[in-house]
Design a protein around this ligand. Structure first.
Ligand SMILES: *Cc1c(COP(=O)(O)O)cnc(C)c1O
Length: 216
């Protein structure tokens, strides 16, 4: 199975880059994958998954959690403000906090609910107009704004531009996180997670290399 191989490669990359063993967590990205493939990885003992769509995750994780016990599920796709409540009910972490209006909505809900998932600020390191994420030059201000709202910001996340060398983007994100005192870095996917580990990733988001290609 792809899963065992990816775990091996993560441990090897930790060793190669002087990272403590186990310091990189694998988020198995199960979006759009058939349930039997996801079950196989749950059977293997894995308990941390990533989903892109609130509605899709609502449709499968309550049953998986019933059958397999506690499973951490992280939202790694864009979050519409009107889906903030169900997202807070379902996910243990949200990697895509990317704008002030969403921060304000999450803060209000957190006050009502008395809890909040751990949050990563998504940074648009490639400054791509069509891509979500706060611009690098706005990141420091946004992070302090979110902290002032008492939001539990624990890290930064990025998706480098397609077809570009991802290394400089990972380095840039690591720099932004460090100067803001954020201990977690969500970066690296199937094609570049070892590069991300070299640059300090704490959470790699790997889908197709574990589960196989997605058919939409
Ligand atoms: C789909 C997705 C992934 C996983 O991508 P793979 O190339 O299949 O590993 C990681 N991060 C985000 C934000 C995604 O949307």
């Amino acid at each position: 199975m792809g899963y065992d191989d990816i775990i091996r490669r993560i441990r090897a990359a930790e060793a190669t880059h002087g990272r403590p063993e186990g310091s990189v967590r694998l988020i198995a990205v199960s979006k759009v994958q058939p349930n039997p493939r996801v079950e196989a990885v749950l059977q293997a003992g894995h308990r941390l998954f990533g989903e892109n769509y609130v509605q899709e995750a609502q449709g499968k994780w309550p049953a998986f959690r019933e059958n397999f016990g506690a499973v951490d599920v992280h939202l790694i796709g864009p979050l519409q403000t009107n889906k903030a409540k169900p997202a807070m009910d379902l996910f243990d972490a949200i990697h895509t906090l990317d704008r002030p209006s969403l921060a304000q909505r999450l803060a209000r809900l957190a006050q009502d609910l008395g809890r909040c998932p751990a949050l990563f600020v998504q940074v648009n390191t490639g400054e791509e107009p069509q891509k979500a994420g706060i611009l690098p030059q706005d990141a420091d201000g946004f992070i302090s704004q979110a902290r002032a709202l008492d939001l539990p910001i624990i890290g930064a996340m990025c998706i480098p531009p397609e077809g570009e060398n991802p290394g400089p983007h990972f380095a840039h994100l690591a720099h932004i996180a460090e100067r803001n005192g954020l201990p977690n870095l969500s970066m690296g996917m199937s094609g570049d997670f070892e590069t991300a580990i070299a640059h300090g990733a704490t959470h790699v988001r790997v889908g197709s290399a574990i589960f196989g290609a997605r058919s939409y």
